[in-house]
Design a protein around this ligand. Structure first.
Ligand code: NAD
Length: 253
């Protein structure tokens, strides 16, 4: 059911939150747009500016690796300046109140951790862009180290342990999904009684399968997104409004 307007959507959401024992949020890029980080698909979003670099191209082409890192450094002022928004803060309040056991996110921006979620309670399906990892042995690297190498040599660094390429700790198109994060997200989706899909166009799979999985396991499903999604018709409540406006009333509860 689509909420008639924002106030009635917020009221219905409040009732559902009050009735729920275990709420699992699933967030996408839309929760972070008010923090200054563009999403992928909105006008002006990242895809309208840059074609994504698939994983196999990153691995096989030093030029693609250089381009990937140049883009990442170009985004650094944006990521570094971003602070949790009203959506992040509202979810952190519900987490502190014991209503949310853990959160599933497609985001790579670290803002849920910054809003107060313990790192262990943020299930990152697409990784995290605030640090880097070797794609071979998984050794973690600080972005400051990567940038210094880049500036010194003009190219992307390889791992000091095993010589494989170093990449932001994110999942690119064509890269396999992190097994442990998928396992935990499945468990969370199957055992909640309220699932909140927030700020995702729900077109990136397999992540987009979690709302339906929760619904099929008996949870109520709420979708908060300012444009329609393909899963709206199965949701118990659709709030087609701004996320900050919708979740703002739940900050501090
Ligand atoms: P998406 O860009 O496909 O969809 C975002 C959705 O949020 C869109 O439908 C848009 O209309 C909506 N939206 C944007 N701002 C909103 C607002 N203020 N209120 C309500 N709705 C709003 O994002 P996705 O579904 O998360 O998939 C894209 C992939 O891109 C993800 O896998 C993610 O890893 C990655 N990504 C992450 C970030 C980030 O970490 N902040 C940013 C860009 C892309």
């Amino acid at each position: 059911m689509i909420a008639r307007d924002l106030p009635s959507g917020v009221e219905q959401l409040g009732d559902m939150i009050a009735q729920a024992a275990s709420i699992v949020p699933f967030t996408g890029a839309g929760i972070s747009t008010e923090c200054g980080i563009p999403d992928f698909r909105s006008p002006g979003g990242l895809w309208t500016r840059n074609r994504p670099i698939p994983f196999d191209e990153f691995v096989s082409s030093p030029a693609a690796r250089g381009e990937a890192w140049r883009r990442r450094f170009a985004m650094e002022p944006t990521f570094a300046a971003a602070k949790p928004g009203r959506g992040h803060r509202a979810l952190a309040s519900l987490y502190r109140a014991g209503k949310i056991p853990a959160i599933i996110t497609q985001n790579i921006d670290n803002l849920h951790q910054m809003s107060g979620f313990k790192a262990d309670d943020v299930v990152e399906l697409h990784g995290n862009t605030t640090y880097a990892r070797c794609i071979g042995c998984g050794q973690a690297y600080d972005l400051v180290w990567v940038k210094a190498h880049f500036e010194r040599s003009g190219g992307a660094p390889d791992c000091t342990v095993c010589d494989q390429p170093v990449k932001t700790a994110t999942i690119s198109f064509g890269q396999s999904m992190p097994e442990e994060a998928m396992r935990r997200a499945t468990e969370l989706a199957q055992h909640c009684d309220l699932f909140l899909a927030i700020g995702s166009s729900l077109v990136v799979w397999p992540a987009a399968g979690f709302p339906m999985m929760a619904k099929n396991c008996g949870a109520r499903l709420v979708i908060i997104n300012n444009e329609p999604t393909e899963q709206d018709e199965v949701a118990d409540l659709v709030i087609r409004h701004d996320i900050g406006e919708t979740l703002g009333p739940f900050v501090g509860n």
